[in-house]
Design a protein around this ligand. Structure first.
Ligand code: BGC
Length: 717
């Protein structure tokens, strides 16, 4: 049926119902008895019957039950749309988005999203609240784990790739999901790295750093957008006129905007609405189409329309968007969209999905340090795996949807699978909670470290130390893990640490005493197998950091693409000079910069060739870089092209990524990466939000921040 025709048949209340979304639990009680926090919503039976969308359900069975009951009671036969946070896998879990971003491999992100979509769609999900495209520099903020890191271009490419993977070519394909980009905008700028806290950003910062990744995801076709929880420059994002002007006006986004969880209701707590009615009026007037989990629309929109505060025309526009989305997903013909318990069971953790999850974990793990210890020899006599993460199943990371701890492979299990059981020793040594001070396991741990031929301390922060609402003020390894690591390293120098984390941690103490460090992030289902293969050279590390690791928490935010100061003093060690931009007690470079990541191969950057030296506003210059693998191990290298604009009308970043390509290079061979710098890429934003192309020198650099290997100058003309 044509949506315009359908709209004509709908009552005001039916239309408003389409704009509401509630938790599945409200619909699953046969007697519809509403308990707990839901009681506060004051929803009537009728309100629940009118609801157009449901979130937070975890099986195809529940979804079908809700849909069936709804359709039996809806005279117009408009299906409910089902949404869920499918962030890094459904049941088979792949690395957290921040980890995956370190792969610098958008195709991999696309494949992972496509796999997640398959499992989720079979489980009844039709829309995922992903990707999160929040740009983040502050490692204290727990939601950094969901982000693509501190680089706008990389974050945008990863977010766009996820959109393509989730959505595919045709949303009617019942193995696909519609994607909802979130959290618009600048949620990652929450002050003090504390969740939900205010963000204050200049227009220039917004356009140059914070907005590009959302834009990339929207350009990739994302169907929905979710405003952020926090206030931006004094107004909550849910009702921030600047953000709607950018989204609906400048970018022409005409899809569904859905509020975040209770965010419209929380306008009252924010102190920008006196009551629910005012909150509804404000959010709806901004064109926030749907309301998630508060009940201001269902309670007050009708009244607001009758009073002429908002118009029925605007209501129709919002409802049209929601119905259009349902139509695009083919829900009017197939309201179950492929939900199928049996199919889902077959897909969960199947061989193919596990294989992809393992490949993703291997490609996301960053080798931070290697003083020649790794890879370990597979024929080694014995290996001791020590630490709170040695045999820990909780390595899926936050937002792991239907993923279960018991599905994951621990490091111990991974190494045992590779080497056989007899050669593996294991001890926990200590816990990993921040107040875990118990050292009674140290003696056993040190004794094992002495006995073994190689030692793998498995350290990190618990998986619920990152994710929504989980922020930290001390980014060191929690508890007494640093002490344990130092004791192990002095007991046995053949030691390589494996780190599990949802954010950059301060690893200065570990870096000082341990000769090799492999960062696994939260790698998901196959984490232990991936770690084992990387440690023993069955896989070659190839990821680079998508975010910088501070030397101490006090450095935060520390990021590679900061602007130039007039009194620069970039140091690793504390070398205080006075009247320069430094610290008395710490160097100001990060411990490991964005772009850092080692390999078992040795790559030489041997030549940089430019297709021209003059760059026009609408033009491009191709930069070819020859890379030689000077080792006897095949490997992959992420070749990154950075730029610097030495003189401009505003202060520009000291370095900025403009292109990258991941290439495989066989041992002893040379391969070419072909990168491009466009006129668009060298533009920047002025104080009024205009994009500017300025003439003058641009320096192009390849390699890694702080260690550029080749440089050339071009001219913007
Ligand atoms: C989060 C969103 C999420 C939503 C629904 C909120 O608390 O901020 O990212 O999509 O819940 O689960």
């Amino acid at each position: 049926m044509e949506i315009t025709e359908l709209l004509k048949k709908m009552t005001l209340r039916q239309k408003i119902g389409q704009l509401t979304q509630y938790n599945a639990r409200l619909f699953l009680n046969d007697d519809s008895y509403i308990t707990g926090p839901d009681k506060k919503l004051n929803l009537s039976e009728e309100d629940i019957m009118l609801t157009g969308s449901v979130l937070n359900f975890f099986s195809a069975g529940d979804m079908k039950k809700i849909q069936k009951k709804h359709l039996e009671n809806d005279p117009l036969g408009i299906p409910v749309i089902f949404m869920l946070d499918v962030i890094h896998g459904y049941r088979t879990i792949y690395p957290i988005p921040l980890g995956l971003s370190c792969s610098f491999d958008p195709e991999l992100a696309k494949s992972c999203a496509s796999m997640a979509a398959k499992e989720a769609a079979a489980s009844g999900v039709q829309v995922t609240f992903a990707p999160m495209a929040d740009y983040v520099r502050d490692a204290r903020w727990g939601r950094i784990m969901e982000s693509g890191g501190e680089e706008p271009l990389l974050s945008g490419m990863m977010a766009a790739a996820q959109v393509r993977g989730f959505q595919g070519e045709d949303l009617k394909d019942n193995e696909k999901l519609a994607a909802c980009v979130k959290h618009f905008a600048a949620y990652g700028a929450s002050e003090s790295g504390r969740d939900y806290n205010q963000a204050e950003c200049s227009v220039r910062e917004l356009y140059d750093y914070y907005l590009p990744a959302y834009k990339a995801a929207i350009d990739a076709g994302a169907k929905l957008v979710m405003p952020a929880f926090q206030s931006l420059n004094g107004v909550p994002a849910t009702i921030n006129p600047f953000l709607y002007k950018v989204l609906r006006g400048e970018w022409g986004f005409d899809g569904v905007v859905i509020s975040d969880y209770n965010a419209i209701g929380e306008l009252i707590k924010h102190g920008v609405a006196e009551n629910e009615k005012e909150a509804a009026a404000k959010a709806f007037s901004c064109e926030c189409d749907m309301e998630m989990c508060s009940a201001t629309y269902i309670h007050y929109l009708e009244e607001l329309i009758n009073e002429g505060v908002v118009s029925e025309k605007q209501l129709d526009k919002a409802v049209y968007r929601v119905l259009e989305l349902k139509k695009e997903l083919g829900l009017f013909e197939d309201p179950y969209h492929g939900a199928d318990e049996e199919k889902a069971e077959k897909l969960y953790l199947c061989e193919e999905h596990r294989k992809l999850s393992r490949a993703a974990a291997e490609n996301s793990a960053v080798l931070l340090k290697n003083d020649g210890v790794l890879p370990f020899d597979k024929n080694i006599g014995s290996v001791a795996i020590i630490g709170p993460f040695a045999d820990e199943h909780g390595i899926n990371g936050f937002w792991s949807c239907a993923g279960k701890n018991e599905d994951t492979v621990t490091v111990r299990e991974g190494i045992e699978a590779l080497l056989g059981r007899g050669r593996v020793l294991c001890a926990k040594g200590c816990g990993c909670e921040w107040d875990d001070k118990d050292k009674s396991g140290f003696d056993e741990a040190v004794a094992l470290a002495r006995r073994a031929d190689a030692v793998v301390p498995c350290l990190g922060e618990p998986q619920n130390y990152s994710g929504e609402g989980n922020c930290r003020t001390d980014l060191r390894l929690p508890g007494v893990q640093e002490e344990l690591a130092a004791l192990i390293a002095s007991a046995n120098p053949n030691t390589a640490a494996v780190i599990f984390n949802g954010r950059p941690l301060v690893l200065s103490a570990i870096d000082e005493c341990i000769p090799a460090i492999l960062d696994m992030w939260f790698p998901g289902t196959e984490g232990g197998n991936a770690a084992a293969r990387l440690l023993f050279g069955q896989a070659n590390p190839c990821a680079k950091l998508a975010v910088s690791f501070p030397r101490s928490t006090g450095q935060v935010p520390v990021y590679y693409n900061h602007t130039m100061t007039a009194r620069p003093h970039f140091t690793e060690k504390p070398e205080h000079k006075g009247y320069t931009s430094d610290y008395i007690d710490c160097g100001n470079l990060p411990l490991y910069s964005f772009g850092h990541g080692l390999s078992y191969s040795r790559f030489e950057y041997i030549q940089m060739t430019l297709s021209g030296t003059e760059l026009k506003e609408d033009g491009a210059i191709t930069v070819s870089v020859n890379i030689r693998n000077a080792s006897d191990i095949d490997g992959s290298e992420v070749v990154c092209l950075y730029m610097r604009d030495p003189v401009a009308s505003v202060v520009r970043p000291v370095q900025q990524l403009v292109a990258f390509e991941k290439i495989s290079v066989k041992a002893g061979e040379t391969a070419k990466a072909v990168l491009e710098v466009t006129g668009e890429a060298v533009k920047f934003t002025d104080g009024e939000g205009n994009r500017i192309f300025e003439k003058g020198e641009i320096v192009l650099m390849v390699g890694c921040p702080g260690a550029y290997l080749l440089k050339e100058s071009i001219k913007a003309v």
